[in-house]
Design a protein. Structure first.
Length: 250
């Protein structure tokens, strides 16, 4: 399961139950294009049950500075030329490049250093967990360009920091540093940049430690808790526990 730099500047490497997805365009601060999203979506489409943790990272000094601004005029012209339903369908395909990072049974971890701006911030937010370097500058500046975050970022952001803080971050487009990211719940921890890979490796090992079946069921419960009613969540817990007990007793 690999992607080459000329296929969106994305590479994927599998080691046991861990899939590492890397943006490999460091000279442009890992700026993204639709080809990047196509490559990410293809990687997600090849997931198998043996993958338990996905690590998303960017080579060089930045995670991702967002959309490559040089392609924005062409993208805008392309989308506005399409009927609205077709334009929305095109964006749906791009969103799929991010949404698979919450695939059933998989825990995704973003290793974020330097810039995480726009599409870069939304890629980090698409993951379950984020470990950040102390030089983090995370921003969602879409509204300052007359646009909106449209790569699954709004639901992730509100779920993490709440409605009011999400409003403030999106409408001002201001940067969030590492310490604030931890305080807001955007990141699990902040470490020196030269410790980022080691911190992610430690977290990955801890995530792989529990029983795989119990981990998958618990992850599913935590994800459903965001939108289900208390009664629905209680029912889901009961059903999951019965499945686990039967599995352990078989």
């Amino acid at each position: 399961m690999t992607g080459q730099p000329d296929e969106g500047w994305v590479r994927a490497a599998r080691t046991g139950a861990v899939l590492t997805v890397s943006l490999v365009r460091p000279g442009q601060l890992n700026a993204q294009t639709p080809a990047t999203w196509s490559a990410l979506r293809a990687i997600g489409g090849q997931l198998d049950d043996g993958v338990r943790v996905v690590v998303v990272r960017g080579e060089g000094r930045s995670f991702s500075a967002g959309l490559d601004r040089s392609v924005l005029p062409g993208l805008a012209a392309e989308l506005t030329a399409l009927p609205a339903d077709q334009a929305e369908e095109r964006i749906r395909g791009w969103q799929a490049a991010f949404r698979w990072l919450r695939a059933p049974g998989v825990v995704s971890v973003a290793a974020v250093q330097g810039h995480a701006v726009g599409a870069g911030a939304q890629l980090a937010l698409a993951c379950d967990l984020r470990v950040v370097a102390e030089d983090l500058q995370l921003r969602l500046p879409e509204t300052t360009l007359g646009l909106v975050p449209d790569l699954t970022g709004t639901s992730s952001l509100v779920g993490l920091v709440g409605y009011a803080r999400a409003v403030e971050l999106c409408l001002t487009g201001r940067p969030v540093g590492a310490a604030e990211a931890v305080a807001l719940g955007l990141a699990t921890s902040a470490v020196p940049a030269d410790r980022l890979d080691a911190a992610v490796a430690d977290l990955t090992a801890a995530l792989l430690a529990p029983d795989p079946g119990a981990a998958r069921e618990t992850l599913a419960l935590l994800r459903s808790a965001v939108h289900d009613s208390p009664a629905e969540q209680d029912a889901a817990e009961r059903a999951a526990q019965v499945r686990r007990l039967r599995t352990l007793g078989s």
